[in-house]
Write a protein that binds this ligand. Structure first.
Ligand code: BJ8
Length: 390
């Protein structure tokens, strides 16, 4: 029996406790800003002194209500987010003073139009490509517009020094999260896939910034200590898996537990909320804070971008650095961009990296858990045979 560090549970419970905390924060006069996407330059609302919280829906409960307005054949993340918003079942949404969205996928764009009817919603015009001077200029301009919109909605003035301080604060968090999840580079990994996921996801619901960073420091040290004592929770013979694709917070148990119960070790997530948004820091040396933010937030490798080379480069690096034996590409149902891009990912993984790849498409229901288990078991067996042949 492997002992978990004493403060691990505080991450486990952060989202649940956050409901009460969000209410307390509001009562103390704090502003709350809800965000949906990794492209959001969170440093701007942070610079306004606001608490920034992710409001993407992760449960299927509110989907039937959402389907009264939105089509059934739509990504579950979009339906869940909207459903919770209109049924007042997400306190984070309920307490938000401002919502920030971006023009990423079509479903989200159109859902924001509906959300705007119930909450102040600012949608940033995100370019669909990452190359070129015009693209850069457009996105930089959007940073400035967001700053003005945040000031106007929250009734707060944001200085460049405030943004600089927020950049430093957010970078410190990213550095700690990286140090934590990179413990999975060890062989065997120092963390289970669920331990990586829970800390990354729940960190977003720890609203006291200093407490979050102190807790992360403590957790990293405890995990290192556990490993040094020879108490790795992972067997070194287990195939090492990279998860890539659509966000998995709404299907984490179905994916992570089922893969790990089938005999593999998840060592990395090329996903939003994980390596995709924490890997690259905002450059604190750049003179113009808007340039610094534009540089960082234009280079996120999401499938919404045309010519998404950044994702390929990141997968390439992760496979090498984490010694990945197989890749699982997850697409949420009706997520066309990740679905289409899976062809390119498969080609890259199987031909350039020469390791096994599997793609799955799923939604927030649990009905396909056993079907997925059978497929994961077969995939892991295939990796084991592949490793033996090599
Ligand atoms: S940067 S991954 S958080 S857009 S909502 S695209 S699953 S159909 S969430 Fe995303 Fe930003 Fe990209 Fe990350 Fe598909 Fe669903 Fe759209 Fe989705």
């Amino acid at each position: 029996m492997i002992n978990l560090p004493s403060n691990f549970d505080s991450f486990n419970e952060a989202r649940r406790n956050g409901f009460i905390k969000a209410k307390e924060l509001k009562e103390s006069g704090k502003k709350l800003v809800g965000v949906f996407c990794t492209y959001t330059p969170v440093e701007i609302p942070m610079a306004a002194g606001a608490v920034v919280v992710g409001v993407c829906g992760v449960s299927e409960e509110a989907i039937p209500d959402a389907e009264k307005v939105l089509p059934r054949n739509l990504c579950p993340l979009i339906k869940s987010s909207y459903g919770h918003a209109i049924t007042d079942t997400c306190p984070y949404f309920y307490f938000s003073d401002l919502l920030i969205g971006e023009t990423t996928c079509d479903g989200k764009k159109k859902m924001y139009e509906e959300l705007g009817k119930v909450k102040p919603t600012h949608v940033m015009h995100l370019p669909n490509m990452q190359r070129g001077e015009y693209t850069y200029k457009l996105w930089k301009e959007e940073m400035k517009i967001l700053k003005e919109e945040t000031e106007k909605t929250l009734g707060i003035t944001i200085s460049e020094d405030d943004i600089r301080a927020a950049i430093k604060d957010k970078n410190e968090e990213r550095i700690l999260l990286k140090e934590y999840y990179e413990l999975a580079k060890l062989q065997p990994s120092a963390l289970t896939g669920m331990e990586i996921h829970q800390v990354l996801y729940q960190s977003g619901f720890k609203f006291d910034r200093d407490e979050l960073k102190a807790d992360l420091r403590k957790l990293i040290d405890s995990m290192k200590e556990r490993y040094e004592k020879g108490e790795s929770p992972v067997d070194s013979s287990k195939p090492r898996i990279l998860i890539t694709g659509s966000p998995i917070a709404g299907i984490s148990e179905k994916i992570i537990n089922t893969i790990e119960d089938s005999g593999a070790s998840i060592v990395a997530y090329e996903l939003c909320g994980a390596i995709r948004n924490n890997d690259l820091l905002v450059n604190e040396e750049t003179e113009d804070v808007y340039d610094a933010l534009t540089e960082k937030y234009l280079n996120i490798g999401c499938s919404c971008m045309m010519h998404n080379d950044n994702r390929i480069e990141m997968i390439d690096r992760i496979i090498d650095e984490y010694k990945v034996d197989g890749v699982v590409d997850v697409t949420l149902q009706a997520c066309h961009t990740f679905n289409v891009e899976s062809f390119r990912i498969k080609e890259f993984v199987t031909t350039k990296k020469d390791i096994p790849y599997m793609a799955i498409e799923t939604d927030y229901s649990k009905s396909d858990t056993e079907q997925l288990r059978t497929r994961f078991e077969a995939f892991i067996e295939m990796i084991e045979e592949d490793v033996c042949v090599k």
